[in-house]
Write a protein that binds this ligand. Structure first.
Ligand code: SF4
Length: 761
């Protein structure tokens, strides 16, 4: 019996309790029951509707995916505080639109205060020099936009789509309209999270999606969590881990900071866990920020040395092994130790467990992707899984876990500047294929568009004349907010299609800014679908309830524009009345989504590709898995400098949910520092410090915690003030890290750049 088999046999008997104090009352952790009570109070004016959304809708939060309050991985309730806290966005009444007539007063509000004003109710327009917006009819708003777009070169028009709440149907409609107008500058917020996963996976195994299912976690020998904080971003995933650990699964975490929520968690809907807590991580590997490639090379090197690799799989199913093996063998232990920040012994310990595990899954998030070498980080993970044949089998796989309900579907429905739907690359050949009457009936542009970060850089150079944003809040989410504000202020026409107001809307118009109020996914005629991380396409029905203001369906708004621009052609190209018509077209145009046309009621779903991809062959042109002999990143942190990375607190994307993170106890302006570094600098908990980087400074307070010495973490998006704008992974994702100097004291007195503490939707 192997070590893992023995553990599995013992698994169901293992308690994994944190302690005997009921509900972990002596520990720092979220009080989920209080959050439920808060949510009930917050939605008390619309409780029936709130309940119907929870009971029947597909959660619009993260990417785990639900039907009502259930899923396809486990029995029992699937509900978390994130969903409850986002609920108000769907249930609140319309705001008084007169408030938008003077943006001066609104500019002083925090993003949270702005959100609380209520839903955007009516179309509004603001011209250059005007102090605020004025109400217009839908007809006038669309007329105005169409008139301006007609005068513009399509290559100077850009389109951005958020990843929370939007449905597949809305993504499909938006990108098709953008391409009908003639632009490929279409992007989604995958561009600030998982685009390197898409690039790295596509190049190595040929698919840009997770290869396994969440249910594969339960029964795996080993789950490796890299650069991810499930307890914060996908809270119900901790319940999956609870059940996995009951079967004897080991959980390893690779991260510079010992995330408290990955050490232990109190799962409110599991009595045992709610009472005594659940120890989640069996082992932590505290690498340096950016030390992933060196660490995984070290593990691979030891796997090779001990011959813990799957030769048969490598011979049958992969190419490029010889180069990668030689690269791993030739890298010195010294370079791997200094590159990763961990000792040889640590890498051996990981390699032994990983090498002996028959079934291992690697799950990762933005700790991996948000680097200038994010795609290479993903390739390093793929190398490990290929070396062990950990794809295509039960309880094995590659899982770039998405944080938002729309990330997977948004990219697959064509929200990408370099690909039409389902990753068909932008090219003359594919453009001609999409021109066929049974596809789109018009030829989309065949030039490669700009990513979101590049759209802003191009705007700053004066190269973008119009930007349509459905959701999103660039001033908060992209590096260097001052540059972003300047760039937005140069765009002649900005269209903000959204459900609530945010500060990006109030950037002074270069010429015209139009606000278009949208409906939520639960309000759309015919419902809508989303695609979860595990490739499950899930139907979310229209939920009966109030419809605030004079709003329109998300998909319908860009289509109104297309119909205004060219009524005759649009009648044939966009013959849709509701989302069912769009699903019928997706079913025809996207072979992978075949079957979406049948989705009409709560619970309808299917997992494209089945529970596991890559069972017999990879989806690369040659059918093989490709090893990558990548190089170690050349990131040298000068003496007396720190490597700062950004982290999420109690928030959903840039929607701030609380000033204090209940998982860590950290406040928004806390900067996490190791005890060793604090001692060396003579700092203690709560001391004011200033981080100085090449691109600004950031004030905060020392919070001593178990982070790797030499590394710091500050909350995003406040820390964007110090993150350089142009440093990007080749896939276009900004590198949300910076080398900084730490100075005792606050920079506020010196009038330097400050960080905001309230951010936006
Ligand atoms: S874990 Fe994610 S999908 Fe599940 S309820 Fe929470 S936010 Fe929604």
């Amino acid at each position: 019996m192997t070590e893992f088999a023995e553990d599995k046999a013992k698994g169901s008997k293992q308690r994994n309790w944190v302690g005997l104090v009921p509900y972990g009352l002596n520990e720092q952790h979220p009080n989920n029951y209080m959050e439920i009570a808060d949510s009930i109070w917050e939605n008390h004016d619309n409780l029936g509707y709130a309940y119907r959304i929870l009971r029947d809708g597909c959660c619009d939060g993260c990417s785990l995916g639900t039907t009502g309050m259930h899923d396809w991985t486990m029995k029992g309730i699937h509900l978390c505080a994130v969903r409850l806290q986002l609920l108000r966005l769907n249930t609140m009444p319309a705001m008084d639109w007169h408030r938008l007539e003077d943006v001066g007063s609104l500019s002083k509000l925090s993003e949270r205060q702005l959100r609380k004003l209520g839903r955007l109710p009516v179309p509004m327009v603001r011209r250059r020099g005007e102090k605020g917006f004025r109400r217009v009819s839908w007809d006038d708003a669309i007329d105005l936009i169409a008139g301006k777009l007609r005068e513009l070169d399509p290559k100077r028009i850009a389109w951005y789509l958020t990843s929370r709440g939007l449905t597949n149907e809305a993504y499909y409609a938006h990108q098709k309209v953008a391409r009908f107008i003639g632009t490929n500058h279409v992007d989604t917020s995958a561009r600030i999270c998982h685009a390197p996963s898409t690039a790295g996976l596509k190049a190595t195994v040929g698919c840009a999606a997770t290869t396994c299912s969440y249910s594969d976690w339960i029964g795996a020998d080993l789950i490796v969590l890299v650069g991810t904080n499930l307890a914060n971003n996908q809270p119900v995933a901790t319940k999956y881990l609870y059940y996995a650990k009951k079967t004897g699964t080991k959980v390893f975490v690779v991260n510079p900071y010992r995330e408290p929520g990955l050490e232990r968690y109190w799962i409110p809907s599991v009595t045992e866990s709610a009472l005594f807590g659940t120890k989640i991580a069996d082992d932590f590997f505290q690498i340096h920020t950016g030390g992933d490639i060196a660490f995984f090379y070290g593990v691979l090197k030891h796997l090779i040395e001990r011959d813990w690799i799957d030769h048969d799989f490598i011979n049958r199913r992969t190419v490029g092994w010889a180069e990668t093996e030689a690269k791993a063998r030739n890298l010195s232990w010294q370079s791997l130790v200094s590159g990763s920040g961990l000792s040889q012994v640590d890498m051996f310990r990981f390699a032994e467990a990983f090498g002996k595990a028959r079934h291992a899954i690697i799950v990762w998030s933005m700790g991996i992707t948000q680097h200038a070498y994010g795609s290479d980080n993903v390739r390093a993970i793929v190398n490990l899984q290929l070396a062990k044949g950990n794809i295509g089998r039960e309880h094995t796989g590659l899982m770039p876990i998405r944080g938002h309900s729309g990330v997977q579907g948004g990219a697959e429905m064509g929200g990408m500047p370099s690909a039409y739907v389902m990753g068909f690359p932008v090219s003359e050949e594919n453009a001609k294929k999409f021109a066929a009457p049974e596809k789109w009936g018009f030829e989309p542009p065949s030039w490669k568009g700009l990513t979101a970060a590049h759209m802003i850089l191009a705007s700053d150079r004066g190269e973008i004349d119009a930007l349509w944003q459905s959701g999103g809040n660039f001033r908060q989410t992209l590096p260097e907010p001052e540059l972003v504000t300047r760039a937005l202020g140069k765009i002649k026409l900005r269209v903000h299609q959204d459900i609530v107001a945010n500060q990006t809307m109030f950037v002074d118009p270069a010429d015209t800014v139009v606000l278009l109020p949208s409906r939520t996914r639960y309000e759309q005629r015919g419902g809508g679908t989303e695609t979860s991380t595990e490739r499950r396409i899930i139907y979310s029905p229209e939920i009966p309830g109030p419809r605030p203001g004079d709003t329109r369906d998300e998909w319908e708004i860009p289509v109104m524009l297309a119909r205004k621009l060219d009524p005759a052609r649009a009648a044939a190209i966009f013959p849709w009345h509701d989302t069912q018509d769009i699903r019928d077209e997706i079913d025809r145009v996207c072979p992978t989504y075949k079957g979406i046309t049948k989705m009409r009621k709560k619970g309808d779903n299917f997992q494209y590709g089945g529970p596991r991809l890559l069972v017999d062959r990879c989806l690369t042109p040659d059918g093989m898995g490709h090893f990558s002999a990548i190089s170690l990143p050349e990131e040298k942190v000068p003496e007396a400098r720190f490597l700062l990375s950004t982290r999420r607190g109690k928030q959903f994307n840039s929607i701030m949910l609380a000033e204090k993170d209940p998982l860590t106890g950290a406040k928004r302006d806390d900067i996490i520092m190791s005890a060793e570094d604090a001692e060396n600098m003579g700092l203690k908990n709560g001391d004011p410090i200033t981080l100085r980087g090449e691109h600004g400074s950031l004030s905060g307070r020392v919070r001593i915690d178990r982070i790797k010495p030499g590394c710091l973490q500050a909350h995003w998006p406040e820390a964007n003030a110090i993150i350089p704008a142009g440093r990007l992974d080749p896939s276009g994702v900004p590198d949300y890290n910076a080398t900084v100097e730490v100075v005792a004291g606050s920079c506020l007195a010196a009038g330097a750049a400050t960080n905001e503490t309230e951010v936006a939707a």
